[in-house]
Design a protein around this ligand. Structure first.
Ligand code: THU
Length: 157
């Protein structure tokens, strides 16, 4: 038997430590939270995806009275990107959130398991790492890839 240790590298930064592209995506994710439809949870999430054609696609969580029919911000964004720009590859993504108190979350919110799985598929389609920015009020976590958020992922059958 041997033990395998899986390490997830996370850089913890503040806004001033981001480059211009990262800042633009953080701004877009924060802005996207305003598109959330959240009459049940009152928890707003915004996702922004930079594509390799230069377009930034955004999404926000959309809830439904039949709860499972709603969808998260990350999936609304990645499915929009996939449907409207099928030939473009993801370059980077950012996720921001506003809590029930109306304040941006701190520490940053991380995507749910289903969204990690959905996003991973687009990283695999891109064929390269897609860095992820998890945006908090003060802290921004930078992960090198979607795969780093989903170790031991199911990727083929
Ligand atoms: N939510 C997201 O939009 N993304 C996530 O990764 C976690 C949860 C949404 C779903 C629901 O509308 C609200 O946050 C509360 O769970």
């Amino acid at each position: 038997m041997k033990e395998i240790e899986i390490v997830i590298p996370v850089l913890s930064k503040d806004y001033s430590e981001l480059d211009a592209v990262e800042r633009g995506l953080v701004d877009a994710a924060r802005k996207a939270t305003s598109g959330a439809y959240v009459p049940y949870s009152h928890f707003r999430v915004g996702a922004a995806i930079l594509l390799d054609n230069g377009v930034t696609v955004t999404g926000a969580n959309q809830e439904n009275v039949a709860f499972p029919s709603g969808t998260c911000a990350e999936r609304s964004a990645c499915y929009y990107a996939g449907a409207n720009y099928p030939d473009a590859h993801f370059q980077m993504l950012a996720i921001a959130s506003v809590g029930t108190d109306g304040r941006e979350c701190e520490p940053p919110t991380a995507p749910c398991g289903a969204c990690r799985q959905a996003l991973l598929e687009y990283e695999l389609r891109a064929g390269h790492h897609v860095p992820v920015l998890l945006v908090g009020r003060e802290t921004i976590y930078r992960l090198p890839s979607v795969a780093s958020l989903l170790p031991l992922a199911f990727t083929e059958f």
